[in-house]
Design a binder for this molecule. Structure first.
Ligand code: F1P
Length: 323
């Protein structure tokens, strides 16, 4: 087993520890709209977390760190009172740190989530939650992505979030996927991730993971958007990951049937597909968290099928710092 595989498979112990984390000092102010920021993986997690806040009654929006730093007025009306939740594994990403500092400078409350206790983010926040990740994790975010999503969702769900059985479920989904994924990825070169609402951020994170790890072009869409143009690309080389929601199972199944009739192979997370992975968690954002390790594993397997080492993805560095 290589180091990336270990960071995917061994992550559940870290999840269990994170469940017990006391978020007391990092609480958000009730009733004040939240801007969730981050870059790359951390931005996609921010999207799912923002939707979860909205689902639990709070106004929230996800904005890329660079955008929040350069043009906050494009996302929130000037003078509106807001608070910020900033995500960064490294706690050093230039745009996220600059955006957090600017928010602090405007008098906004800034809560940070990072995996690096001594990082710059901890000094750019009102309060910061630091949650160390798997020591073998390198450029590609695996355990850390799940941990930051787990903590962000816990904040959005008033301290509750993923249950013990949810962690077990994520682990058993990954175990099942490990037995089945290799057969499905054979001869597939076009990768599509579909998820709506809270699952759109997770779909984007799945697509990013696969792109970084396997140097394959991948796309993420809201499910029903896929019919409006991108479906033209579907053929026998297409592999689709459909992140189902129980409330929209019918519409999403109809789409999957259409994609399969055009040659796509489908991994159905929580619904039908060539590989159907059971998912009985009702909360959409938690469904995404449960599915995340399986999506990470998919990236690793496609990389291995192309003979690529996911410790050294082309052009990437562990921390993106702009001079
Ligand atoms: C996240 C990020 C990742 C990318 C790479 C470098 O930064 O840009 O999206 O895959 O691993 O880091 P952060 O969470 O450290 O701010």
């Amino acid at each position: 087993m290589n180091a990336t595989e270990r960071t995917i498979i061994e992550q559940f112990g870290y999840w269990r520890d994170a469940q017990g984390l006391d978020l007391g000092s990092a609480s958000l102010e009730p009733g004040v709209p939240i801007v969730v920021i981050g870059c790359g993986t951390s931005y996609y997690l921010a999207q799912t977390i923002a939707v979860s806040f909205v689902s639990h009654g709070l106004e929230a929006i996800a904005v890329p760190g660079g955008e929040w730093n350069l043009r906050p007025e494009s996302y929130v009306p000037i003078q509106k009172r807001i608070q910020v939740l900033a995500l960064s594994r490294s706690g050093e990403t230039t745009e996220t740190i600059a955006a957090a500092r600017r928010s602090l400078g405007r008098g906004e409350r800034v809560i940070g989530i990072t995996c690096e206790p001594g990082s710059s983010l901890t000094t750019a926040c009102t309060a910061c939650i630091a949650i160390p990740t798997h020591p073998e994790e390198d450029i590609v975010m695996t355990t850390s992505a799940s941990l930051m999503l787990l903590v962000g969702l816990k904040l959005s769900q008033h301290g509750s979030g993923l249950t013990v059985s949810g962690v077990n479920h994520a682990q058993s989904m990954l175990e099942r996927a490990r037995l089945k994924l290799d057969a499905l990825v054979q001869d597939r070169t076009h990768f599509v991730y579909l998820g709506g609402g809270a699952l759109y951020g997770v779909a984007q994170e799945g697509a990013l993971k696969l792109m970084e790890m396997s140097l394959s072009y991948s796309q993420a869409y809201h499910p029903l958007e896929y019919r409006h143009g991108p479906i033209a690309l579907v053929d026998q080389a297409t592999l689709v990951v459909m992140l189902y929601q129980p409330q929209t199972l019918q519409e999403e199944t109809a789409l999957v049937n259409e994609l399969r009739s055009k040659g796509a192979a489908v991994i159905g997370v929580g619904g039908p597909g060539d590989l159907s992975l059971e998912l009985n968690e009702p909360d959409p954002a938690l469904r995404g968290l449960i599915a995340l390790p399986t999506l990470q594993w998919l990236g690793e397997r496609v990389a291995q099928s192309k003979g690529l080492n996911t410790r050294e993805p082309r052009h990437l560095t562990k921390v993106v710092m702009l001079s």
